[in-house]
Design a protein around this ligand. Structure first.
Ligand code: NI
Length: 213
């Protein structure tokens, strides 16, 4: 397979050492829709890229990473969540452990009308979190790293991760969907707003939550 500007770029990136640097908000690569994965990278290179993303996500640490966040404009993301949270938080947020998976060309659609509002953050927006109302349940369609179709429903926190990462591939950051008045430094979230739900934050910071949130 002949090399292309994109495959040369990925090869160069993968020789630069791990973890890879994460692109921060302000870089246009985070704002452009990413290209569908369609043979631009030879299979072996795609697998090495996904592995480098896994290492980078774990080192951050994070529960998801989309290729534009390492400067690669492809519809590719990785997710994994050990969900090391209290039982109370786990129950309120529906945060169950998720195995490592590679999502190629993912898209999602809402299932039902339910929504959920919680604090979330993004590795490309370091230092802050904000409350985002998202679909409680989504149907994900994608391919896995071997090109096999994925068609699966996700609920709770895993559904949030799927939406957040897929949004990245459409040039959307969580801030675009966030409640502006909920914006909080990571430190204030840790010190003040670590409750299982953001109801107290809503009251004290002056924003509203959806009925079902
Ligand atoms: Ni993100």
């Amino acid at each position: 397979m002949p090399s292309t500007p994109l495959s040369d770029h990925v090869e160069a990136l993968l020789t630069s050492g791990l973890p890879l640097p994460i692109v921060a908000a302000g870089d246009p690569v985070l704002r452009r829709p990413a290209e569908p994965v369609d043979g631009q990278l030879p299979d072996g290179l795609l697998a090495r890229l996904a592995e480098a993303m896994r290492v980078t996500m774990r080192a951050a640490p994070g529960v998801g990473l989309a290729a534009p966040q390492i400067g690669v404009p492809l519809r590719l993301a990785v997710v994994e969540d050990a969900a090391t949270v209290s039982d109370e938080v786990r129950a309120a947020r529906g945060r169950l452990p998720q195995p490592f998976r590679v999502l190629v060309n993912p898209s999602y659609e809402a299932v039902g009308e339910g929504s959920a509002a919680f604090y979330e953050g993004c590795l490309s927006v370091p230092g802050y979190q904000a409350v985002v109302t998202r679909h409680e349940r989504v149907r994900l369609r994608a391919l896995d790293e071997l090109g096999r179709p994925v068609d699966e429903e996700f609920a709770g926190w895993p559904a949030r991760i799927v939406q957040h990462e897929t949004d990245h591939l459409n040039g959307t950051l969580y801030l675009d969907r966030a409640e502006p008045r909920s914006l909080a430094s990571t430190q204030s979230v840790r010190e003040r707003w670590a409750q299982p739900t953001p109801h107290l934050a809503a009251k004290e910071l002056g924003f509203s939550l959806p009925e079902s949130g």
